[in-house]
Write a protein that binds this ligand. Structure first.
Ligand SMILES: [Zn+2]
Ligand SMILES: [Zn+2]
Length: 107
């Protein structure tokens, strides 16, 4: 079996490809300074700390976190990669639309 990777499938989201969550389990929003627990669940730093003040267990799996939240650097990286890709895609679309109505002066 060759191990050449075929990328014919729909482009996978960077986070999905890495098996990482898209959104914080607590606020259901985009991660803001993501941290990871010992049980490898991801939260915004703020959500994790707020939650810990009331309940020291993980909001996803109920494991004891012992207040250990490590910066989720990998997730943060991928979020940045994804944000950059989305921005580039949006720009591309804008440019394509711009070609249709080409009444922009270049001065
Ligand atoms: Zn959150
Ligand atoms: Zn957990």
């Amino acid at each position: 079996m060759g191990d050449e990777e075929q990328q014919q499938e729909e482009e996978k989201d960077e986070l999905e490809a890495a098996g990482l969550p898209f959104a914080c389990h607590i606020c259901r929003g985009d991660f803001n300074r993501p941290v990871v627990t010992k049980c490898e669940h991801y939260f915004c730093e703020k959500c994790a700390l707020q939650r810990y003040a009331k309940n020291t267990k993980c909001a996803v799996c109920d494991a004891q976190t012992h207040g250990i939240f490590k910066p989720a650097t990998k997730l943060q990286e991928l979020l940045q990669v994804r944000a950059a890709r989305l921005a580039a895609e949006a720009k591309e679309q804008q440019e394509q639309q711009g070609e249709i109505q080409d009444d922009n002066d270049e001065q």
